[in-house]
Design a protein around this ligand. Sequence first.
Ligand code: PGA
Length: 254
Amino acid sequence: MRIYAAKDYADLSRKAANIISAQVIMKPNAVLGLATGSTPVGAYRQLIEWYNKGDVDFFQISSVNLDEYKGLSGEHDQSYRYFMNHNFFDHINIKKENTNVPNGLAPDAETECRRYNHVIKSLGGIDLQLLGIGGNGHIGFNEPGAAFEKETHLVTLTEQTRESNARFFAGLDEVPTHAFTMGIKSIMSAKKILLLATGENKAKALYDSFFGPVTPGVPASILQLHNDCTIIADEEALSLIREKTNWKDVNYDN
Ligand code: PGA
């Protein structure tokens, strides 16, 4: 596990985009595991900029997203399909048919989970999985719980997660109560992991995840056991790690 300190959000976004574009350049038909949320938006923006300059090409890339709200169609402006189209896919040359997000309107949840697991397997697995982290240590919508969930499954969202996402909806009542998410096993099977975190409200989650015990009570803590996991965080998100551990960032300046 490597932790890189970013000077600010632009620096974090550029560092993240560097790692993603390196993956795309090294393997033009790579499978990217992608994430929504506010944190990765800057990295997507940076990748779009480099795409427009001709520096990176997504023509053969496939993608699988971590999660999707149950009950929202891809046209709903808070669905994760809409988010991905709007923030990334519509601006690059990835083929839409090669982009995968769970279907929030699937009539049968179990069938949809099986289908999504099959999609990931048939692509040959994920080369690079991008992750944000919740204030409670969740990854995807894998919320703190009694066990690490394995593959794609339907979750009941915690009140903390619903409240934290309510800002994007007309009100808390509008926030879906359930979501499809890749499981911990799906995420851990990715060859590389890249986790991004910004802001003080992530400081405890980062400290607990990477300097505490590996426990399903802090879902991201499982990443300590991944053999190629990179974390990029800003100073606010690193504040508790700096305060409580002797971790020092290596010089990664670009
Ligand atoms: P955020 O969400 O990027 O909007 O902070 C991250 C998450 O909850 O996984």
